[in-house]
Design a protein around this ligand. Structure first.
Ligand SMILES: Cc1cc2nc3c(=O)[nH]c(=O)nc-3n(C[C@H](O)[C@H](O)[C@H](O)COP(=O)(O)O)c2cc1C
Length: 544
């Protein structure tokens, strides 16, 4: 996605800079070159046919089951011990959660740890730090997550002018090797840090699809660092029980030798266990097809009921991860389609996926067909901080999306309406909500048309603009066909809303819609303004 936000020459002149800078950095740093050589072959754990091996299919478990209970005893560590910044950039919340867990590990080892999103940091602020653990994912096509856009563009602007030689850091790069540019942002950031004099405490840890072995390695690295920094006599427990890099298929002893951290951590006691929430058995209450007769694949609206504890603590904008039978234990993500309600139910929108070979996707096929009402779904909720309402609760909202992206938009307009209802009559008038949505045919694919009409009638929605791409025959050529065309058609209104403080939320497919909407926004508002909105948390995206 940032190729449209940051890395296009006509915008920040950065695409060329990135490529050039990347090349120069690689050329200029022998150690990095060795690392890159390893990177090139380092993902040979994929099967010969290009399919991911079974361990990649594991969900984002942290720590891996094999790690056993993870315990860090503070021992004799100075409670006001070394101060760590744990910085993260995360598009869909995975890495944000790992950052929190990383900080917990450090604190349990007697260190002080502050967690901050890269959107709260500048390169100059980072330069003032002595110790940082940095965890970043990659989004779009090898790009930074949205919360790192400002930081990344600052890196370009300050390139050459910044000295980071006072900083020691460890870097975790999360990605998915199914994408052509694996861990693109994490690798770029690592090179940028090195080029500016920052010193790595250990070799970059790359985590492919939540790979448990790589997470275990990260955990070992932190444990060893914490032990060393906490000083002699500190007992840090259980880190030694995490399988070492040599025990793991495909990891390299060289990476271990290259680090300046000793993994020999003394076993100890006491537990400060952390773990991902378990999958719970939710139940399918009802399923309706939203687009009968559509020329597209079926889109179903699913209603799911929670086992008690799972229904709490989530917000509009959050995701679920679920496992379908026969899907190799892989966790699939869907955006929740409703706001939290008293009944504790969640709703999902699922389009049946048609593969290139004509077959049907395992998870989407099951959710839209094989799973019978009353049937069980192994599911867990996942916070998605960068798509939540956050500080935008009082702002006008512009909700933009297409297809199953309706899910995240609906959750937000429902949540806004619920917040207004619970504030009571004395509350000030709610900030307005504007929906812009695209699908194929009005007659078949107008998801939630009745609900939208009712919301317009009672003011929950101030305005709704819909575009149907396959209804264009017979209409003027200039008529909006896609949601990005709606933005162009409503350019003045869009500028007025943004001037009035609106936040923009975009949900749906990255390819086509997400990129097209980003391009339209940049054309209409200007690239710098869009970057500023992103930095201020007023441009939030849930793209897939
Ligand atoms: C829309 C989208 C685009 C992605 N693009 C890439 C990519 O270009 N390279 C990569 O290695 N991983 C890519 N990923 C995978 C994510 O980096 C990976 O799932 C990561 O664990 C997500 O962490 P987060 O939830 O903290 O953002 C992409 C994921 C999504 C949803």
């Amino acid at each position: 996605m940032i190729d449209t936000l940051l890395f296009q020459p006509e915008r920040l002149g950065a695409a060329l800079g990135l490529l050039l800078g990347y090349g120069l950095l690689c050329a200029g740093c022998a150690r990095q070159a060795r690392r890159l050589a390893r990177d090139a072959g380092g993902h040979a754990r994929r099967g010969d046919d290009g399919t991911p091996p079974a361990d990649h299919a594991s969900d984002r478990a942290w720590p891996p089951a094999s790690a056993g209970p993870t315990a860090f005893a503070a021992g004799s560590a100075d409670p006001a011990g070394p101060d760590w910044l744990v910085a993260y950039a995360s598009q869909t919340g995975t890495v944000a959660a790992w950052a929190e867990q990383t900080a917990r590990l450090l604190r349990a080892a007697g260190a002080r740890a502050r967690v901050a999103s890269l959107c709260e940091l500048t390169p100059a602020a980072l330069a003032r730090e002595e110790r940082a653990l940095i965890l970043v994912s990659t989004a779009g096509q090898g790009d930074p997550p949205d919360d790192a856009l400002g930081f990344a563009s600052d890196c370009f602007e300050r390139d050459g002018a910044l000295a980071l030689d006072g900083l020691r850091y460890g870097l975790l790069a999360a990605g998915d090797s199914d994408y052509p540019v694996f861990c693109g942002f994490g690798r770029w950031l690592d090179h940028w840090l090195l080029a500016h004099g920052a010193r790595p405490c250990f070799e970059r840890v790359e985590v492919d699809r939540g790979d448990a072995t790589a997470l275990a390695l990260w955990q070992r690295r932190i444990g060893a660092l914490a032990a060393r920094e906490a000083g002699p006599g500190t007992v840090i427990a259980s880190v030694a029980s995490v399988p070492g890099p040599d025990a793991a298929a495909g990891t390299d002893a060289d990476a271990r030798a290259a680090t300046d951290v000793d993994d020999g951590v003394a076993p100890g006691n006491d537990a400060a266990t952390f773990a991902e929430p378990a999958f719970s058995p939710w139940r399918l209450v009802a399923r309706h097809r939203l687009n009968p007769g559509s020329i597209g694949e079926p889109v179903c609206h699913l209603l799911l009921e929670a086992p008690d504890a799972d229904a709490r603590g989530w917000q509009a904008g959050d995701l679920v991860e679920l496992r379908a039978p026969g899907d190799g234990g892989r966790a699939r993500r869907y955006t929740v389609c409703n706001a939290p309600g008293a009944d504790g139910r969640i709703e999902l929108l699922v389009r049946r996926h048609r593969r290139d070979d004509g077959g049907i996707g395992i998870a989407s096929g099951w959710l839209t067909g094989g799973l019978a009402p009353g049937g069980e779904v192994r599911l867990r909720l996942r916070a998605h901080p960068s798509f939540r309402i956050g500080a935008n609760a009082g702002r006008p909202l512009v909700l933009i999306g297409s297809g199953t992206g309706m899910a995240g938009l609906r959750a937000h307009w429902q949540a806004r309406a619920d917040a207004v209802a619970s504030a009571g009559a004395a509350a000030p008038a709610a900030a307005p909500v504007w929906l812009l949505f695209g699908e194929r045919q009005r007659e078949r694919d107008a998801f939630f048309a009745d609900e939208i009409a009712a919301a317009l009638a009672d003011g929950r929605l101030a305005r709704a603009d819909l575009a149907f791409s396959r209804d264009a025959a017979g209409t003027p050529a200039a008529a909006p066909r896609h949601v990005q065309d709606l933005l162009h058609a409503e350019a003045d209104r869009l500028r007025d809303w943004v001037d009035a403080g609106a936040a923009l939320y975009v949900c749906g497919r990255l390819a086509g819609m997400g990129e097209g909407v980003d391009g339209a926004l940049r054309e209409l508002l200007g690239g710098a303004a869009v970057d500023a909105l992103a930095r201020a948390g007023r441009y939030r995206r849930d793209l897939y």
